[in-house]
Design a protein around this ligand. Structure first.
Ligand code: DC
Length: 214
């Protein structure tokens, strides 16, 4: 199965890079963060306590989440905008730490990979847990300052508040018990801080061509 796993912290450039790697390789693109965001939105809409693993796990199991290239659908409704709100940023890492939620999402992600016969899949645990047999694993990172600046460029907001929100998510994502964010030992670590997107994409595509043909 031709899977390129791109993991890394918030704001490292994963979505932009993964989309371009998808275009360059012809492999379909999956944003797994959008899946967790849809569950977070369902939790918010039903006024469920995000800290309650059982209730949140039930929601993750029951909702329909469909991620297409540019659209996220929750129970058939396009929620692509709503899932990017600061409220969702504030709860997504809490709900994503619950094992019942991760079990439900991983099952769907593996099914998506089977159905699409591979893909460029970005997230936090793709190379380490969801698809350890990926033919290329990339850990994409950037300095906290650069990541905060990029997020403000994309979504606006106060730089200090955005930096604090990213730091909080980094902490929750990398210290949770179930599949914490960390580079897999086999991953190529790419620091995008002082590089252009094109340059980073070219490096990843070159790595892919080497493993794909060789
Ligand atoms: O990539 P993103 O910022 O949209 O991800 C939102 C959150 O979802 C992230 O802070 C942690 C969680 N997430 C996860 O736990 N595992 C993944 N594979 C992808 C995202």
């Amino acid at each position: 199965m031709r899977v390129i796993a791109i993991d890394g912290p918030a704001g490292a450039g994963k979505s932009t890079v993964a989309r371009q790697v998808s275009t360059a390789t012809g492999l379909r693109y999956l944003d797994t963060g959008a899946m967790y965001r849809c569950v977070a939105l369902a939790v918010q809409q039903s006024s469920t306590d995000p800290h309650d693993p059982e209730s949140v796990g039930r929601i993750a199991h029951d909702v329909s989440v469909v991620i297409e290239r540019d659209a996220a659908k929750l129970n058939g409704v396009d929620v692509s905008q709503e899932i990017r709100s600061s409220e969702i940023n504030g709860i997504v890492s809490i709900i994503a730490a619950h094992t019942p939620v991760r079990d439900a999402m991983r099952e769907q992600q593996r099914r998506w990979i089977r159905d699409h016969q591979g893909g460029v899949v970005e997230g936090r645990d793709i190379g380490t847990v969801v698809f350890p047999e990926a033919i290329l694993k990339v850990f994409l990172t950037a300095s906290p300052e650069v990541r905060a600046e990029r997020r403000v460029g994309q979504t606006g907001g106060d730089i200090q508040a955005v930096a604090a929100s990213i730091a909080e998510r980094d902490h929750l994502d990398s210290t949770r018990i179930d599949s914490p964010l960390k580079p897999s030992p086999e991953s190529v670590v790419v620091d995008s801080s002082n590089r252009t997107i094109d340059d980073v994409v070219a490096e990843i595509v070159a790595h892919f061509e080497k493993v794909d043909h060789g």
